[in-house]
Design a protein around this ligand. Structure first.
Ligand code: SAM
Length: 277
């Protein structure tokens, strides 16, 4: 498929690879995402990269209040025209990397909101980290590449978990909404995808300083094959390994563990001890 064949609505979107434009054409996948977003509820939705409106349209029809942020000027203009008479939809031409969704919500007097999107995959890490730092977000439904989704869903302590698994599972209960094969998009991407649902979950012991916690988890995973005590020891400088051993002991965390072997509770305790230091 070359990206110029008409979609279900008869339009011929010319996809820009640099903007990760793979437009959803599967009605089944759209339905599942829309259902997961519960558009009838009163919580408004911030949509990332509405593209040709594959999600925006059905969400708007179900009465959801939407603010959608699209970087592609032409698509933003087309969507703006399409939804001009729709009071519940606002199309904003913007780069989501620059958007603080909490501030956007505040400006609209939205106490809470949900985040949604079939996002450009080049921005997956950026968007996932943004999501983990948000305070007013009442949940999210986001499409990611299957391999990334698998990693995010892996529990801390299990083989294959990583920075995003630990960082996101600290604040969210994460579930798989649906799979989306490459054929669900136009043009067809080279990878399969999954849609993840994020429900905020207040976890005992979760740190308040999310940025600090993220930095700590990132450093800890910088050499994922090494024992964590060695990674943290190097970071602490001369005599660092002895100090790291002491700190891990204080946090009741086995000094022989590698980063992917720590449970979420281990991460919380360890960060608390290191933060105090
Ligand atoms: N939501 C549409 C759909 O499901 O068919 C489009 C999805 S497409 C994978 C990603 C969309 O994000 C494109 O419309 C693209 O132009 C837009 N996009 C890419 N980079 C962006 C950025 N930095 N800020 C906002 N939108 C961006």
């Amino acid at each position: 498929m070359n990206g110029r064949r008409p979609d279900k609505t008869g339009r011929r979107p010319r996809a820009k690879k640099s903007l990760g434009q793979n437009f959803l054409i599967s009605g089944k996948v759209v339905d599942r995402i829309v259902r997961a977003l519960d558009p009838g509820s009163m919580v408004p939705i911030m949509e990332i990269g509405p593209g040709t409106g594959a999600l925006t349209g059905p969400l708007a029809e179900k009465g959801a209040r939407i603010a959608a942020f699209e970087l592609d000027r032409r698509l933003a203009k087309e969507l703006g025209e399409r939804f001009a008479d729709c009071d519940n939809v606002e199309i904003v031409e913007a780069d989501v990397r620059e958007i603080d969704f909490d501030l956007e919500a505040e400006g609209r007097e939205w106490e809470k909101y949900r985040l949604a999107g079939n996002i450009p995959y080049l921005l997956t890490s950026t968007i996932m980290i943004k999501l983990g730092l948000l305070r007013s977000c009442a949940g999210a439904v986001i499409m990611v590449q299957k391999e990334v989704g698998d990693r995010i869903l892996t529990s801390p302590g299990e083989r294959g978990c990583g920075i995003l698994s630990v960082f996101l599972q600290a604040w969210f209960d994460i579930s798989m909404v649906t799979a989306a094969r490459a054929g669900a998009f136009m043009p067809k991407p080279k990878v399969d995808s999954v849609v993840l649902g994020f429900t905020p979950e207040a976890r005992e012991g979760a740190p308040y300083d999310r940025k600090g916690f993220l930095g700590f988890v990132k450093v800890s995973f910088s050499q994922r094959r090494k024992k964590l005590v060695n990674v943290l020891g190097t970071l602490l400088g001369e005599g660092g390994k002895a100090e790291a051993t002491k700190l891990m002991d204080k946090a009741k965390t086995d000094a022989g563990l590698r980063p992917e072997e720590l449970s979420l509770d281990d991460w919380f305790r360890l960060y608390e001890v290191f933060e105090k230091r």
